[in-house]
Design a protein around this ligand. Structure first.
Ligand code: UD1
Length: 310
């Protein structure tokens, strides 16, 4: 067997990787997802070429046969959200750390070719220097950031101690079609999209001048595929961002301009665990993995808005 597996493959980013794999020529893709936040409908267009297994990643016995002999495993299954991890840290600790351990263990035992792990830019925390480079000392400010960082460390230890090829990619605020806007923990751009279409005001936490390196989901999916085959990178971690940064105020203004509306935002207290500024140095991803993001923020927002409207 030399199949590809995506854990969290029914999620917003995971399903983009599934579609990219199929577009690249994979005949079928195996998806492991417990459908807690993932949705089978995210796979609608490709459902006949996806083997979906509704399995929890903490269940080694269920995961092991599915990854055994796979050429590559993309490990995205997680409980995301910084604020959710502060409000209720136990579930995300269990899934993001123990679940990741079980996936890595199953992959090592099953002689998987390579694991690409979805790490998070939140690992950097607040830094005085921007953009953030991989050599910086991590400074997690929330349980979620600490959990994702632990996953990176485990991936690298599985490479050095157990000979499993791994690459960790620190995602920088990924957005795009299929991101679920319905929870208070949803990504800010999906919330903006919902507000824009409902003509309601978003609430910005703090002054709205915090910055993020918003990265379009197809650019991230493309980079994940590159990371799964690049030579000489096993055990490494790379930033997976666009390389820009925009304030939330700028993003909301851009969306209003695109839509031709004027809706003032509300402002609330800053959010606990929030990072102030975030921007990826993409030098390593470009040099080592051939990263070449294609979507400007405006283009990504236009495509995302078109999807939500549809
Ligand atoms: C963080 C990580 C990101 C990770 C994500 C998982 C950083 C820099 N990024 O994203 O890599 O994938 O967690 O969930 O740590 N906001 C509002 N109003 C809202 C919602 C959010 O103002 O209604 C603000 C937040 O306070 C924050 C920004 O928007 O300043 C982005 O928030 P969000 O989309 O939740 O992502 P991060 O927490 O930045």
């Amino acid at each position: 067997m030399s199949h590809s597996v995506v854990t969290g493959g029914a999620g917003f980013i995971g399903s983009a990787i599934v579609r990219a794999l199929l577009a690249e020529g994979e005949p079928r893709v195996t998806v492991i997802d417990n459908l807690l936040s993932g949705k089978e409908s995210n796979l609608d267009e490709v459902r006949d070429r996806v083997d979906l297994h509704v399995v929890d990643i903490r269940n080694y016995d269920a995961v092991a046969p599915l990854v055994k002999g796979a050429a590559r495993v993309f490990h995205l299954a997680a409980i995301p959200s910084v604020p959710k991890s502060i409000l209720d840290p136990i579930p995300s600790h269990d899934v993001n750390i123990n679940g990741t351990f079980e996936v890595l263990r199953a992959c090592a035992d099953g002689k998987v070719g390579r694991v690409v792990y979805a790490a998070s830019s939140s690992a950097y925390g607040d830094t005085e220097v921007l953009p953030k480079t991989e050599a910086m000392t991590p400074n997690p400010l929330s349980p979620y950031a600490a959990q994702k960082l632990m996953g990176e460390y485990y991936a690298s230890v599985f490479t050095s101690c157990f000979g499993l090829e791994t690459v960790a990619l620190r995602y920088f605020n990924v957005y795009g079609p299929r991101q679920d806007p319905t929870s208070p923990y949803s990504g800010v751009i999906s919330i903006f999209m919902k507000c824009l279409l409902e003509k309601s005001s978003p609430t910005l936490y703090g002054d709205g001048n915090q910055t993020r390196d918003f990265t379009y989901v197809e650019d991230v999916a493309e980079l994940c595929l590159k990371a799964s085959r690049a030579p000489g990178v096993s055990g490494r971690m790379c930033n997976a961002g666009n390389g820009n940064r925009y304030t939330l105020n700028e993003v909301w203004e851009t969306l209003q301009r695109i839509e031709g509306v004027s809706i003032a935002a509300n402002y609330g207290p800053p959010r606990a665990g929030d990072v102030r500024d975030s921007q990826a140095d993409t030098t390593a991803a470009v040099a080592l993995l051939g990263h070449a993001p294609r979507f400007s923020l405006e283009e990504g927002l236009r495509r995302t808005l078109a999807w939500y409207r549809g």
